[in-house]
Design a protein. Structure first.
Length: 249
């Protein structure tokens, strides 16, 4: 090939490359690539922490506590007289005293009584976590504990000189409330033989439903009397409470 042919080939190749680059630039301008996440878009702000005032405002007002006859609300503080000092099964320790280790999250307790004030008592404990992800992680711990716990024994200061309290746990169907829910019943036998030799144990039943709504875990507890032992936590109260948690700003 002579020099003229070589120059013509080089020129043709250069023109072809320029045409390809021009076409590519035009395509890029008409179809710009999506922005790389985090490159220019504003980052999503973290969720606003929920404090005690928020939880207090989220509890049920007096006009929404039917079928209860009365209610009381306060920031929750663990009663050292009740808190278990020893629990025979580690899986059950989390159920009886969820935050016995580490920092205790902010909680608010609302207690209810039946209109006759003798048939049943109930309570709702609202516990705030830093984020929905943190609440989900904590809820998973509760779920695993409930799945692993069946029979255990504990003592506390209220046990007196007796042998303490033996407990059995039974899981039950959870209601379709909140983002996720679990439910279980505890049957307790308290040794009172040191107080009344004629009665060795006193049997009581407590029913629990735990519902996560966003970053708040609501612990619904019911202690029915013998006459209404089949009663569950009033669904009206639970539904209203979950909705108020969903409405938190």
């Amino acid at each position: 090939m002579n020099s003229a042919d070589g120059r013509r080939g080089t020129l043709a190749a250069g023109l072809l490359l320029a045409a390809v680059l021009t076409a590519s630039c035009s395509a890029a301008e008409s179809n710009p690539l999506p922005a790389t996440p985090g490159s220019s878009a504003a980052p999503t702000p973290p969720p606003r922490p929920i404090d005690a005032n928020d939880l207090l405002a989220a509890t049920l007002p007096n006009g929404e506590i039917e079928p209860a006859g009365s209610a009381g609300t306060k920031v929750y503080e663990r009663d050292p007289e009740w808190a278990p000092q020893s629990i025979s099964d580690p899986d059950c320790a989390l159920i009886m005293d969820p935050y016995r280790e580490g920092t205790r999250p902010t909680s608010v307790l609302q207690t209810f009584s039946s209109k006759d004030n003798v048939e049943w008592t109930a309570s709702t404990k609202l516990t705030a976590h830093p984020s929905p992800a943190a609440a989900t992680k904590e809820f998973d711990r509760f779920r695993q504990a409930v799945q692993g716990c069946r029979d255990f024994h504990f003592r506390n200061k209220a046990s007196g000189n007796g042998s303490g309290t033996r407990v059995t746990l039974t899981t039950v169907q959870a209601p379709g409330q909140g983002d996720e829910a679990i439910a279980f019943n505890l049957t307790l036998w308290l040794d009172v033989s040191d107080i009344n030799p004629d009665v060795k144990e006193i049997r009581t039943t407590r029913k629990y439903t735990m519902v996560r709504t966003g970053s708040v875990i609501a612990d619904f507890s019911l202690s029915p009397s013998d006459s209404v032992e089949t009663m569950q936590f009033p669904s009206e109260l639970m539904t209203r409470q979950v909705q108020r948690l969903r409405d938190l700003p």
